[in-house]
Structures are given as structure tokens and as C-alpha cells.
Write a protein that binds this ligand. Sequence first.
Ligand code: GDP
Ligand code: MG
Length: 170
Amino acid sequence: RCGFVAIVGRPNVGKSTLMNHILGQKLSITSRRPQTTRHQVLGIKTEDDVQVVYVDTPGMHKLEKDRNKAINRYMNQTASSALKDVDLVIFIVDRMRWTDEDEVVLQKLQHVKCPVILAINKMDRLEEKDALLPYLEEVAQKYNFDTIIPTSAQHGHNLPQLEDRVRALM
Ligand code: GDP
Ligand code: MG
């Protein structure tokens, strides 16, 4: 079995960190500065019976901000085109905050036909775990996600569970 998995989300939520952790390599540049990933970065993970191609994408952002910046348009286009012909999408958001830019990504996801896993990342930074519950409810109402999973891309928290689900969907 094999398949393509697109990793999407607004800038800085941890897309590249997640891919690197899953691949066990520093394939994609990660940075506190947004817009570090400007092109698609592919990582292939081959296991006994399944091969998964992860596609790290530039963060999508609102074009109103810098409408005329060619690089911003280019990054959004790159991220959008990664959604074509994939078997699965991992949509990453930051814990505790749903922004207009998350909404932009969600709008793009209305057009995809494959399952979408929602990863709520940076859980290691969530001091009050209970505070996540109302947020989860709100986010869950926005789309029919295949799975919603709290993760820490940096520490690897719940990434084996995420990968289990990815394998199951290939
Ligand atoms: P991207 O723009 O979505 O690719 O985000 P990056 O992977 O480049 O990460 C942006 C910043 O968030 C970097 O400083 C990462 O170290 C940090 N980061 C990513 N994942 C986590 C996480 O799970 N927990 C914490 N505390 N920081 C994270
Ligand atoms: Mg990145």
C-alpha cells in the first residue's frame, strides 16, 4: 500500500516540525519565523507493507495582508496545489487558537475529497488541559474530520497514533 499525505496549515503551526519528526530527519527547515518553507518538501517513509509520501507545504495565509507580494501568492498556490491528487490531508492548527488564517485553509479543504485528519499541535505548551475542550468542540463543528488528535510535533507526543491512522487510511 502507498499514498500521498499533504501537511497543510497556516504559517508557524508546526508542519515542518511534524514531518521531520515522523521522518526522523531534518528534511524541512523549521523556524520561529513564518514563511520558512517556501516550496513543497517531500519525505518518503517506507515500512514493511506501506509507503507514505509526506508533502510539507508552505503556510497558507490571507492574501489581503500582502496582496501584491508575489512570494505570498506563490506560497498559497504551492500549498493549494499540494491538495490535488493526495490520498490524505493532515491539517495542523495551533492549540488554543483558531484564526482567520486557519479559516482560509479550511476553505481550501472544502474542495478535497480525501479524508482530513486534524492535528491540534503544540500540546506541550497547553498548561490547562481542560481549556482545550470548548476549543475542540468549536473546531469539530467546522468540518467532518476523519480524526482529531492533539499532538506535540516537537516532542513526538501522539505522533505514533497519528501515523497509525495514516497507515490505516493508505
Ligand atoms: P511551519 O511553519 O508550520 O512549518 O512551522 P515549523 O515547523 O517551522 O514550526 C514553527 C515553530 O513552532 C518552530 O519554532 C518550532 O520549533 C515550533 N514548534 C513546532 N511544533 C511544536 C510543538 O509541538 N510544541 C512547541 N512548543 N513548539 C513547536
Ligand atoms: Mg514549514
